[in-house]
Each structure stands twice: as C-alpha cells, then as structure tokens.
Design a protein around this ligand. Structure first.
Ligand code: FAD
Ligand code: NAP
Length: 595
C-alpha cells in the first residue's frame, strides 16, 4: 500500500507542478463547472482531472486530503499554490489574489518560450514567437551518427534531407540531360564521368552557407541559440548540455518540442559497424561504389535513384511494397521506371547480417538476406550498404517522463490536440515527432509558425494537415495530393468514384526518343460530391512544381468540371490535367497518340 500511495502523491505533485492551473474536479459537479468557467472567462489554460471518470479517483481524493486537508472537489492549484475549493477560488477572484497568483508565473521564468530542436519546425516557431515580442531560446544539438557524422544548425531538411537530396537528384537529372543533349545537336567528344567529391563538396559548401544564414536569422530576430542537448529535469525547467559537457539550466513559461527523427537501424549483426544511413550519405568523403539500399520508401527510392543516376551499380532490397501509403499503381510505375533505367530490385527480402570482407573507402561488404516468405537465403557483395528503413522520433532521452508528457510507447511519437498541445498544457509539439501527421518540412514550418501566432499573437488559425501535397524525387518524379486510389476506394467505395487517367510523353523526351508512355497522370473524383477531385497523382518531370499548383486548386475544392474548364498551357506536362478524358471504368486506351 505505501508505495502506491507514494506513487500517487508523486503523480499529483507532478500535475500541480506542471500546470499553471490544476483543477481536481468531477464532471457532474456544478461547483467544479463554476471554477472552470472562471478560467475559461479569463482565457487561462487549465488542466482538469475528472476524478469521477477515473478508476482510482477515490484514491486521488484521499491523497489530496492528506496533502491539502481538503477532500472535496473542486480542489484548485495555481502556480503550485493551493487555492482551495469553489468558494475560495471565487473569493480570490474578487479580491484580486487569483490574478496575482496567475501573474506570478511569467515573471519567474528565464524565457517566455524555449524550443527544443532547431530544425524546420523549431526555427520557424522560435523566429515567429520572437517577432511577436517574446523572449525565446532555441536549443539544438546533433548527436553524431555511429560513423561519427555530424552537422550544423537547421535540422534534417537542410543538412541531411531535402536540400542535399534534391541537389544530388539534380546531379543525376543532369546526367540524363547530357545524354539527351547530343540528340539536340550538342557535340562533346570526351567521355563523361562524374566526380563524387566535387559534387559532395559543392553540396556541403551550400549547406554550410545555409547553416550560417540560419544563425544570422536567429540573431537578427533576437532568438537566443544554444548549441546544446536539452532535457527536462523539472516542470518548466530544462538542462542544456553542450558538446564539451558543460551544463546550463533554463526555465520557460512554455515549451515547444521539435526534436525530429533519426534513421532507424536494422538490429542485425554488422548494421551499425558497417552500414551507413542517409545521415552519412550526403557528406560521404568517397564515392559509395556498388550500393545496396535497404528499404522501399521515400528515402530508399530517392537515394537509390540518384546513386544509379550517377552511374553506380544500385540494388534496392524491398521487404514488402514500394512507397507504403502512396497510390500503389503510381508507386509501381515509379519503380518500373527505375528498373528500366538500371536499378536492380530484390523483392520480399530482409537482411540478416552484414560482414566486412575488406576495409576501405569504400570497402567490401557481404550481405546475407532471407526471403520474407520461405527459407531462401541469398548473399551479395557490395561496397556500401545504405539502411533506409524508417526513422525514430527523438523523444526518448529528453525527460518527457519527468514532466509527464504522453508518448506512444509503440513508436515514440507524441499525440497532440489540433492545436499541437501535448497532454501537459504548457508543452507543445510540432514536426516529425507528431503522431499521425505528415513528416515533411513545409508541414513542420507551417505548424510552428501558426502555433507561435496562436500562443503569442492572438491568432486562432490552426495548421491544416489535410490535402498536403508531396513529391517523391525518384528518377521519374512522383507528385501526389489527397487520397490514393486504394484509400479512396476504402473510404467511398469504388462505385462512387470516377478515376480519370492518361499516359503522356513530355515534348522534351520526344527528340531523344526516350521513355514514351512512361509518364502518367491520374485524378480520383468523388461522384457523390459533384466530381470533386479527392486524389491527384502525377508521374513525370518537375512533379513538385506541377503538384504544388494543383494542390492549391484542391484546397479550393476543385472539381473535374472546373479542371475541364481550365485552359492548359501548351506544350507542358501539367496541361494533361485539363484534358483528361478516359475513365478507368471505361477500360479505354490511355496511351498517348500525339501532341
Ligand atoms: P528536424 O528538422 O529533424 O529538426 C530537429 C532538430 O532537433 C535536429 O537538429 C536535432 O538534432 C535536434 N534535436 C533533437 N533532439 C534534441 C535535443 N534533445 N536537444 C536539442 N536539439 C535536439 N521533407 C520534405 O518536405 N521534402 C523533401 O524532399 C524531404 N526529403 C527528405 C530526405 C531525407 C533523406 C530525409 C531524412 C527527410 C526528408 N524530408 C523531406 C523530411 C524533412 O526533412 C522533415 O520532415 C523535417 O526536417 C522535419 O522537421 P522537424 O523540425 O520536425 O525536425
Ligand atoms: P518510412 O516511410 O517509414 O519507410 C520505411 C521503409 O523501410 C518501408 O519501405 C519499410 O517497409 C522499410 N522497412 C522498415 N523496416 C524494415 C526492415 N526491418 N527491413 C527491411 N525493410 C524495412 O521511412 P523513410 O523513407 O525513412 O521516410 C521517413 C519520412 O521522411 C517519410 O514519411 C517522409 O515524410 C519523409 N521524407 C520525405 C521526402 C520527400 O518529401 N520527398 C523524402 C524522404 C523522406 P514496409 O513497407 O514493409 O514496412
């Protein structure tokens, strides 16, 4: 019995300490409603624990009696001070002491806001809060990879994500353009080769300039920046540890968690010793050579795609399907294009061990893999193994248990309200660490900016996570917005949908006579809602540019009729969406006959 009591006391203390206003309440009690209304009126956040809805609610009341001498509800605490029940709270409001207690909070903290993580979301949020006149600190720290790779301010996107990935994808596209160029009359006799080091240096120099730009922007906006690992040690209090191990304590009224994710490893022998992840790839000092990519989602297909585009021998090991969650018809077409252009796929395989055959830069590795169905074992030799099997949220070592923030134990993700608030009212979370949200830079930025405006600028605008456009930068790029066909069928039923689709041949592919009828356009329309477009899918050049515009139209609720009434821009790839005629249900031919 005593340990349970102690645990409960600890839990109650934690609730009192971590909430500016804590109300122990009962859902049906009119006095409790009265005090909650006071805080609503004052527009003050409060946390109400409804004891009648909890199995151990009675134990809470007993423990509160022991702690405060009061068993009845409501039992109100403001800034760790016990106020009492309904009468006492009303009285405190009348005599002004309630406001004094509420005001007391802000003054005692070092900052109005501390943001944990200086990536896409954290930087956007901190800069916006500072613009709104708040005292803000952002703490950012990169834990080196098992290979020792580290980088500067700005988070995943700028250092080891979108930016280097897109630049290396562009490098690969230039290789294709060079081949095409001869057909357009360009003459160059010398053999064309690619120099990894030159590309890597140019890309990393650009990243260095962006890192510097972010630091200057923080300084200009008067956001304090600490290059230190942050961890909660008490409610409203973090410990920041810098690279040299020096510890500093900071307090704040509010916190935003924006710590992002890091690549997951396989948990098989040799993975951390001999393999790399995307965190290492973009600054790899040597050309990776013959490469095995493990995984089949965004990161795997994009990295495998550009490595093959540089002329490397690339194999992709797929556990189940390509691009889980995306429209499978589109995903398979993107994969087929890669295969047609030299990428090898090992389907339904998972690695069981990686051994070093020869050290070097790159060395030689032996990979053993088993079939996902059956007992078949295969072995292969590669210079580099790139693991791209997903990413883990950085929520484990930041003291969330100390302050009571709920984390999904299955995936480390943080559930939040539609205002990005965690279960602890003064702690918010944005970006990749959120449960069931998109893991994309513009989403993290939008959520961070809007959160700061709501917290400090009186705004009510929330981040809209619906119809988020995205592009997979595979060799033939795939842009999408809204539902996949599979998902749309599951939600609305196939009979209620009309799918329009067409292959197309970009004009710029015609002279080089390449890739005819490989590009593909598809929209999914909801017949029950005036043929509104609920899914947009494009496989072709410049997919990001094309998809961005159509996503704006989807946000405005575009219908098939409106697309048909839109005049195309000729000759472009995007114009195909203004002339889609063939429905999937008709079974009509979708091959493009001509311009
Ligand atoms: P991050 O940008 O990851 O920032 C988190 C920061 O917090 C990091 O700097 C981290 O080191 C730091 N940190 C963690 N813990 C602590 C701590 N305790 N104390 C202090 N600092 C801490 N998205 C797109 O939209 N388009 C793309 O083309 C694209 N390509 C991608 C390619 C790759 C290879 C990868 C891996 C991702 C890509 N993404 C892309 C996803 C995009 O990078 C992320 O969605 C985005 O960076 C998430 O932002 P964030 O603020 O949540 O986290
Ligand atoms: P992901 O989307 O979580 O996909 C993980 C992949 O690894 C899946 O193909 C999965 O296969 C496979 N896998 C998982 N465990 C495995 C194992 N033990 N053995 C073999 N294969 C395994 O991860 P991600 O590609 O790292 O992307 C993370 C996020 O970053 C994405 O959600 C995306 O939002 C963002 N991102 C965006 C872009 C962009 O915008 N262009 C680019 C890159 C990343 P199963 O399908 O079988 O589970």
């Amino acid at each position: 019995m005593p340990p349970v009591e102690n645990d409960l006391k600890k839990r109650i203390k934690q609730l009192i300490d971590s909430n500016q206003v804590m109300v122990f309440s009962k859902s049906y009690c009119p006095y409790c409603l009265q005090v909650k209304d006071i805080f609503k009126e004052l527009q003050v956040e409060y946390n109400a624990l409804e004891l009648d809805l909890m199995e151990d609610g009675k134990n809470y009341q007993e423990t509160l009696l022991e702690m405060t001498g009061q068993k009845s509800v409501p039992n109100v605490f403001i800034n760790k001070t016990h106020v009492g029940g309904c009468d006492k709270t009303m009285q405190a409001r009348k005599d002004g002491s309630l406001q004094q207690l509420l005001n007391g909070a802000g003054e005692t903290y070092d900052y109005d806001l501390i943001v944990l993580g200086g990536g896409s979301g954290g930087l956007a949020c901190s800069k916006e809060a500072a613009t709104l006149g708040k005292k803000v600190m952002v703490l950012d720290y990169v834990v080196p990879t098992p290979k020792g790779t580290s980088w500067g301010l700005g988070g995943t996107c700028v250092n080891v994500g979108c930016i280097p990935k897109k630049l290396m994808h562009q490098t690969a596209l230039l290789g294709v353009a060079m081949k095409d160029a001869r057909k357009f009359g360009w003459e160059f006799d010398e053999s064309v080769k690619h120099n990894w080091e030159t590309m890597k240096t140019a890309v990393n120099d650009h990243i260095g300039s962006l890192n510097w730009g972010y630091r200057v922007a923080l300084r200009d906006k008067k956001v304090e920046y600490g290059n230190a690992f942050a961890e909660f040690i008490e409610p409203h209090k973090v410990k920041a540890v810098c690279r040299q191990g020096k510890e500093t304590i900071y307090t704040a009224d509010k916190f935003v968690l924006a710590t992002g994710e890091r690549p997951r490893y396989l948990g098989v022998p040799g993975d951390k010793e001999y393999c790399i992840t995307s965190d290492d790839l973009f600054s790899l000092p040597y050309c990776p050579g013959k490469t095995l990519v493990i995984g089949a989602s965004y990161v795997a297909l994009e990295c495998g795609g550009f490595l093959a585009g540089l002329g490397l021998d690339v194999t992709i090991m797929v556990r189940s399907i390509l691009l889980r969650g995306f429209d499978q018809e589109m995903a398979n077409r993107a994969g087929e294009y890669m295969q047609d252009h030299g990428v090898k796929f090992l389907h339904k395989r998972v690695p069981t061990s990686i051994e070093e055959l020869e050290a070097g830069s790159p060395g030689r590795l032996k990979v053993t893999a088993k079939a996902t169905e059956g007992d078949d074992i295969i072995e292969g030799e590669y210079n580099t193994v790139l693991i791209a099997v997903g990413r883990d949220a950085c929520t484990e070592k930041i003291g969330l248990d100390v302050v009571g923030v709920k984390v999904n134990p299955k995936n480390g993700k943080i559930p939040v309200t539609d205002e990005e608030q965690t279960n602890v009212p003064y702690i918010y979370a944005i970006g990749d660490i959120l449960e069931d949200k998109w893991e994309l830079t513009p989403v993290a930025i939008q959520a961070g900016k809007l959160l700061a405006r709501r917290l400090f600028g009186g705004s009510k605008v929330k981040c809209d996570y619906v119809n988020v456009p995205t592009t997979v930068f595979t060799p033939l790029e795939y842009g999408a917005c809204g539902l996949s066909e599979d998902r749309a069928v599951a939600i609305y039923g196939g009979d209620n949908l009309e799918v329009y689709h067409s292959l197309f041949w970009p004009l710029e592919f015609t002279l080089p006579q390449r890739d005819n009828n490989k590009c593909f356009a598809k929209i999914i329309c909801n017949k029950l809602d005036g043929d509104r477009v609920i899914g947009f899918h494009y496989l072709g050049p410049n997919a990001g540019e094309v998809t961005q515009g159509f996503s704006a139209a989807m946000k405005c609720g575009v219908t098939k009729e409106q697309l048909d009434g839109t005049i195309g821009i000729h000759p472009t790839c995007a114009e195909i969406f203004t002339t889609l005629e063939v429905t999937k249900s008709s079974g009509g031919s979708i091959a493009q006959a001509g311009c």
